[in-house]
Design a binder for this molecule. Structure first.
Ligand SMILES: Nc1ncnc2c1ncn2[C@@H]1O[C@H](COP(=O)(O)OP(=O)(O)OP(=O)(O)O)[C@@H](O)[C@H]1O
Ligand SMILES: [Mg+2]
Length: 442
């Protein structure tokens, strides 16, 4: 790893305390009642942020629907009655950076500047802003009012974020903005090389197929939206296994340690055309497992859940301190293993550990890469575990080799493989669970 910023953990945009941080930052900058102007060219955003800031009695906030550069150009512009300028960061906008330098020079450091961003920004951008005189960079979510303030504010917030995101990022998925409430499916191996990543990819592939056969001619089948996320980012083989390149967003996310937004999710997911699955592939650059934190993974899952019908998570085998939000959110939690004594012991340890604080965790035990034979070893294993295995994925070396050679999930490379056929009842049960959840929501 040659990126010093990664190891030094400099953290200009972290949201360690999402609720209180902005106010604290503002007090530090301007302890008296600060006369504040919020600037943003995004309709709704400046007003929303100003209204959020006005909840603090120490802030007297107004807003203008113009970006920083246009504000600085206004004829006769005066800043004599302003202490603080909060502006929307437009990444890579040179005019804004020039305006920032001009305004700072003009006010001779009397006025403070605060950048607000609706999308994760890189350390380099944050540093450039701070070098240009910005006191702090704050995620948009930290300066918006809490949800119970009023319905119109919530709508405005959502609209401002939506506009900011669509403007900042082209849609990669090409799918509609409809909100989902996806099932969270986590998979974790009790032994190395047991087939966890292959399972996650094949499961995602099968789930992404059209829900029901189409009867009417010309009618489009309902295509479930499926995401698969490589949380085993230290091994990072998922992308390579199916020829999906990491596009840099994941590494940025880990580097900046920002709580993810919908924008990050849209930016980071890469469509695997052959299956229709959106993939968050681990970065090529090695990242330490503690680069992830519990709030980050919680935010990531929550955003994915809203955007997809199924979210498949490939977990690292190592015990990480950010597993808790996954356990709290998983609708199904698969532990893959085999009947070997050490693997079964490890499965047992994992069940005990993970269900300790999450008694209701829906754990499912999967035998993977094993010949179909319920010999004495399996019975012993089940008696040690105190429960039966839920699923058996037979070993199929030819299918696995073909999948590797073609850079495809086994379910695509050899759909008729016994390994794939064994997944069908699980897929059906997940589709039924999702349909039921949708009906309840409707
Ligand atoms: N059902 C199967 N039959 C035969 N080989 C399989 C099967 N499933 C996966 N494999 C092969 O086993 C190897 C390990 O698979 P995979 O990477 O999915 O395991 P893993 O548990 O994710 O590994 P790691 O512990 O490194 O994350 C791969 O070469 C894969 O092709
Ligand atoms: Mg793996």
């Amino acid at each position: 790893m040659n990126d010093m910023s990664f190891t030094s953990r400099r953290n200009p945009v972290t949201a360690a305390d999402p609720v209180n941080m902005p106010q604290a930052a503002l007090h530090e900058i301007a302890p008296m009642r600060s006369r504040t102007v919020v600037l943003s060219g995004t309709p709704g955003m400046a007003e929303m942020v100003a209204r959020g800031l006005r909840r603090d009695e120490n802030i007297d906030a107004s807003h203008r629907v113009v970006p920083l550069a246009r504000f600085a150009e206004r004829p006769g512009m005066s800043l004599t009655d302003i202490d603080l300028i909060v502006f929307e960061i437009r990444v890579g906008n040179d005019a804004d950076m020039a305006a920032l330098r001009y305004l700072r020079e003009m006010t001779q450091d009397r006025v403070q500047f605060l950048g607000v961003t609706g999308e994760p920004i890189s350390l380099a951008t944050a540093k450039a802003l701070m070098d240009a005189g910005v006191s702090d960079v704050i995620p948009l979510t930290n300066v918006q009012p809490t949800r119970d303030h009023s319905a119109d504010l919530v709508a405005m917030t959502a609209e401002a974020e939506r506009i900011a995101q669509t403007r900042a990022l082209p849609t990669q998925t090409g799918q509609g903005d409809q909100t989902r409430d996806g099932l969270i499916l986590a998979a974790c191996g009790a032994a190395g090389g047991i087939g966890t990543t292959s399972f996650a990819l094949s499961l995602a592939t099968l789930l992404a197929r059209p829900a029901k056969p189409v009867r009417r001619r010309g009618a489009k089948p309902a295509m479930p939206r499926v995401a698969v996320v490589d949380l085993d980012f230290q091994n990072g083989v998922m992308g390579a296994a199916i020829d999906v390149a990491d596009n840099g967003a994941y590494l940025d996310f880990l580097r900046t340690r920002t709580v993810p937004t919908a924008a990050l999710v849209r930016q980071g997911m890469v469509r695997h055309e052959a299956t229709g699955v959106d993939v968050l592939a681990a970065p090529v650059t090695l990242a330490p497992l503690d680069a992830m934190t519990a709030p980050m993974v919680a935010g990531l899952i929550d955003e994915l859940r809203l955007a997809y019908d199924f979210v498949v998570l490939d977990l690292p085998r190592a015990l990480v301190d950010w597993v808790d939000p996954i356990l709290a959110r998983a609708d199904r939690f698969f532990i893959l293993g085999d009947p070997a004594v050490h693997t079964v012991r490890q499965m047992r340890r994992m069940i005990d550990l993970y269900t300790d604080d999450h008694a209701g965790l829906p754990v499912e035990l999967v035998i993977s890469k094993q010949k179909m034979s319920r010999g004495a070893g399996v019975k012993e294993a089940e008696s040690f575990l105190g429960r039966k295995f839920d699923l058996w994925l037979p070993r199929d070396d030819r299918a696995a080799t073909r999948a590797r050679d073609h850079g495809q999930p086994i379910a695509l490379a050899r759909p008729k493989s016994p390994t794939v056929r064994a997944l069908v009842p699980l897929v059906e049960s997940l589709c039924a669970q999702q349909a039921q959840a949708n009906r309840r929501r409707a």
